[in-house]
Design a protein around this ligand. Structure first.
Ligand code: KG4
Ligand code: ZN
Length: 408
């Protein structure tokens, strides 16, 4: 590194320093983010403007696909085996030393206990060794805020978070202030798609062997006829913003059982109509989400919760990578005058960048920053914000008709 020609600093803090060029830029604050709440070991170094200095991600997807689901002890072992390397890779790629970090941010809730434990243990040792502040992160808060790293979105905004473990609608009022409008009463959208994909043996499909269940369903649905099967949209008579996917999974399983009998298909073999089942399942998930989101928008409008200027719906979490679901939600936001924002796929699924960004947001506001001497525990279950789902239910808002039809 060359000394800065303007301030004489021994080292230039700009990410891509051109030797000999003059710099007067003060050193930006840098946060190392660490994610291990489920099946991705992620780490990233970010500065306060949202520039990613270095990142690394190890996905356990292939192992869990082969095993037919996430086995917590296996996830824990894989996190343990990979975390040092992943963090070191993120640091090496960023070209900075641990001593140059401003703080370390790590997911501590919610998630799989055994997975969270590995990230937290590693982080506590790291911050104690390097005497750095520690910022504990709520995984869903991180999904909700990622968008602000990429777009200037002001609070308040409505957020739909749909992942393997969660499905929820919330009003984001501040970086750590959320009103929970609705959540799943049984299983999450991503988990349901994963289980449907598994029941259809999609990992035996040549184009789907390395894809998550949701990705496989999206890919096959592109060539499927969603009208070939009719699955009832969940919770039609409940005028709240909660979600339910267990009933859909039952309906799909029953349809698969019937088709397997008709076609004489053995376990592990592919049905001739997998694409149609994928398309119909994806459509039912998308329209269920769209209807609950539509009601959440009307509820927020009736309460004056959303700004007049540029009211926004943010959609994030792994399932938000789905283009069909995004397009269905766009019909709702177009009809209600909201602006729809979804981070690119890479930032919708779990990664270290979103955790580091949440750390930056907290650092900037001085919220939730702990000393390396303090004890921190992980929390497998942790609600997001203040639960006002019963208020939403009491409002019992009926939806005006809206055609959720996507031209494929
Ligand atoms: O946010 P995420 O990476 O991890 C959790 O926090 O759960 O989400 C993973 C979930 C999986 O269930 C996966 O099947 C789903 O997101 N997913 C998708 C797509 N890509 C990932 N679901 C539908 N369409 C996709 N393209
Ligand atoms: Zn997630």
């Amino acid at each position: 590194m060359f000394p800065c020609a303007l301030n004489g600093a021994a080292r230039c803090w700009m990410k891509r320093c051109t030797p000999g060029r003059a710099f007067s830029t003060p050193r930006p604050r840098l946060v190392l983010g660490i994610e291990t709440s489920c099946d991705e070991t992620g780490a990233a170094v970010l500065d306060e403007t949202g520039v990613i200095w270095g990142e690394s991600l190890h996905s356990q997807k292939k192992t869990h696909l082969d095993a037919g689901g996430i086995i917590p002890t296996v996830a824990q072992r894989l996190h343990r085996e990979n975390i040092s390397r992943v963090v070191q890779e993120a640091l090496d790629r960023s070209g900075i030393e641990p001593s140059e970090l401003t703080a370390v941010a790590t997911t501590v809730k919610p998630g799989l206990a055994l997975s969270l434990g590995i990230g937290l243990d590693f982080s506590m040792k790291f911050v104690r060794l390097h005497r750095k502040p520690f910022i504990p992160i709520h995984h869903m808060e991180a999904h909700a805020l990622t968008v602000r790293m990429l777009h200037p979105v002001d609070f308040p905004f409505l957020v739909l978070l749909v992942s393997g473990g969660h499905s929820l609608l919330a009003l984001a009022k501040g970086i750590d202030e959320f009103l929970l409008l609705g959540q799943t009463v049984d299983v999450a959208a991503g988990d349901t798609l994963d289980k449907i994909a598994r029941r259809l043996s999609l990992k035996n499909h040549p184009e789907c062997s390395t894809l998550s269940g949701g990705q496989a369903i999206e890919l096959l649905a592109k060539e499927g006829d969603r009208l070939a099967f009719h699955f009832k949209s969940p919770m039609g008579q409940l005028y709240d913003c909660n979600f339910s996917f267990a009933g859909l999974r039952n309906q799909v399983t029953m349809a698969i059982n019937k088709k397997e009998r008709e076609e004489g298909v053995e376990k592990g073999q592919l049905l001739s109509c997998v694409k149609d089942i994928a398309a119909a399942s994806q459509h039912t998930v998308a329209s269920h989400m769209a209807k609950r989101t539509h009601r959440a928008i009307l509820f927020c409008k009736s309460k004056g919760f959303l700004p007049q200027h540029n009211p926004t719906l943010v959609v994030s979490g792994g399932v938000a990578s789905n283009e069909y679901i995004r397009q269905t939600l766009k019909i709702v936001t177009d009809a209600t005058g909201l602006h729809l924002l979804c981070p690119p796929s890479k930032f919708c699924t779990d990664n270290g960048v979103m955790i580091a960004w949440n750390g930056i947001e907290r650092l900037k506001q001085g919220k939730g920053i702990m000393s390396y001497t303090e004890e921190v525990n992980y929390e497998p279950k942790a609600p997001l914000g203040l639960d006002i789902t019963s208020e939403v239910k009491d409002a019992a808002i009926k939806l005006p008709p809206l055609k959720l039809r996507i031209n494929s």
